[in-house]
Design a protein around this ligand. Structure first.
Ligand SMILES: Nc1ncnc2c1ncn2[C@@H]1O[C@H](COP(=O)(O)OP(=O)(O)OP(=O)(O)O)[C@@H](O)[C@H]1O
Ligand SMILES: [Mg+2]
Length: 467
């Protein structure tokens, strides 16, 4: 018997005694025993899941069911640090087995989410491509045998690296898919789906990159097993003492250089000042905080430049002020600019990936970005960001080498900066809010958990609200 997942009711036809949609491809039909890959039912013109994947191979659904049934086991920054602090061979092997079992479970959940999308959405060529990428990764990891030796671990690391590189196309593909499907389903639902899938993507990359980093540390000639690391070190990808002021200053330098190269040498660029609790520090993944702060500064600097140009003023553009506040459990960043505020027409779509009336324009821009790692480095500002020189861990960070594979024209606006920054901020239990003062400027508030003891947040706030 067929199991049906129906999404709405319009014109109906009967199928095996159950109601199903006959029109706009709104059902997902899963044949027991086989993994889903949607096609049209020739008899009813209905949506159904075929038993064959697009490459013609058969996919048993029981494999996916089994992994969907496993809950993800969330981790915190503190756990990552404690685990990696005194690294030994047996710890590395148990990290490998955590990754080997955790990745397919987390991917399986997203595959199931995608199967439950309406037919028109899941068959969108971009979304479908992501589905296939995910399925192949799922299949590879689920078939891996238990890791018992360092050699087994090397093989696992090769597969992880290949997947990390191969999946750099995922963000632009998803974003284009969501923009193209904008009119086809409730934008709120699309955004919730996008938030969940991006957050899960970050989570998988964190555990994958953390394991690659630990392996690199273990293999490094300077490494002695069980040796304790100092506070100024990285443990894997986690930077133990991330200085708030340093982050702002590095990102400010990078954003200033970027603004100069996009706007030309004659255009005055606003200064970026930092005040407040300049000694604040917290454990964090550097690429995450740099991405968020970089995007907020980029928006502020660009808004001030544009306003200054419009007003044709002789005086210097007003500075962007960053205030750091270290509270008991949080570090809060306030980024204030006098760039005139967010245009009223943009406000309803600020946090949305489907972008309303701007979707066509964003789609054209996204078409020029085949790969995206969502890091500051991919804006070709590695030198200015200075991370590699300043805080290189003993191993070569896999993340920075990965982001050099992707690149993005710096002036191109994709409408991704704010929604993606919020996904990053909420992932480690932080948050991001904006207050726009119409005609004056914007205050952005970024709150980061200071203690690193919060678990990664795999469920989006929106989906928690709906529980
Ligand atoms: N500080 C700000 N001042 C004025 N407008 C802003 C500010 N921050 C954001 N905006 C407005 O909100 C829109 C969305 O911002 P967002 O960062 O999400 O995307 P983007 O900057 O257009 O593109 P991307 O960040 O992907 O390059 C911007 O296009 C801009 O119009
Ligand atoms: Mg932006």
């Amino acid at each position: 018997m067929l199991s049906l997942a129906l999404r709405s009711t319009r014109k109906r036809c009967r199928l095996n005694g159950r109601d199903a949609l006959s029109t706009a491809a709104r059902a997902v039909v899963i044949w027991p025993g086989w993994e889903a890959s949607p096609t049209m039912c020739p008899r009813h013109g209905l949506l159904q899941e075929s038993r064959k994947a697009s490459n013609g191979t058969w996919r048993p659904v029981s494999a996916l069911d089994e992994w969907v049934a496993r809950e993800a086991r969330p981790i915190s920054l503190r756990q990552l640090m404690v685990f990696g602090r005194s690294l030994t061979e047996s710890r590395l092997i148990s990290s490998a087995n955590y990754v080997r079992t955790e990745l397919p479970a987390r991917i399986a959940h997203r595959l199931r989410d995608m199967q439950q999308l309406p037919y028109v959405v899941v068959t969108n060529p971009h979304i479908n491509e992501v589905y296939d990428l995910y399925y192949n990764a799922f299949d590879q990891f689920r078939k891996m045998k238990e890791i018992k030796t360092l050699e087994d671990n090397e093989k696992l690391c090769d597969i992880i690296s290949l997947n990390l590189k191969g999946h750099l196309t995922v963000i632009p593909k998803l974003a284009m898919g969501i923009l193209e499907c904008g009119g086809l389903m409730d934008p709120q639902y699309l955004d919730k789906f996008m938030n969940t899938i991006l957050r899960s993507r970050i989570s998988r990359r964190v555990i994958a990159e953390q394991h690659l980093s630990l392996t690199e540390t273990f293999n490094s000639p300077y490494f002695s097993p069980g040796a304790k690391l100092s506070e100024s070190d990285f443990i894997g990808e986690v930077f133990i003492r991330c200085s708030a002021k340093d982050v702002i200053e590095r990102c400010a330098k990078a954003v200033t250089a970027l603004a100069r190269s996009t706007n030309g040498p004659g255009v005055p660029i606003p200064e970026i000042n930092v005040v407040g609790h300049l000694d604040a520090s917290f454990p964090y993944i550097l690429s995450h905080i740099e991405y968020i702060v970089g995007e907020l500064l980029r928006n502020s600097v660009q808004a001030v430049i544009e306003r200054h140009q419009k007003r044709n003023m002789a005086s210097a553009p007003s500075p962007v002020e960053v205030t750091i506040c270290e509270a008991q459990e949080h570090v809060i960043f306030r980024i204030s600019d006098r760039g005139g505020g967010i245009p009223r027409a943009e406000l309803p779509y600020l946090w949305s990936f489907s972008k309303g009336p701007n979707s066509q324009h964003r789609l054209e821009n996204l078409g020029q970005v085949p790969r995206m790692a969502a890091t500051m480095q991919e804006l070709h500002i590695e030198d200015e960001l200075g991370r590699a020189d300043l805080k290189t861990p003993t191993y070569q960070s896999s993340h920075s080498s990965l982001s050099s594979l992707s690149s993005r024209p710096p002036g191109l606006r994709l409408g991704m900066g704010l929604p993606l920054s919020r996904v990053y901020a909420e992932y480690w239990a932080g948050n991001l809010h904006l207050h726009s003062l119409e005609g004056y400027g914007v205050d952005a508030f970024l709150q980061i958990s200071r203690l690193g003891n919060k678990n990664e947040q795999l469920v989006t706030r929106a989906s928690m609200d709906s529980v």
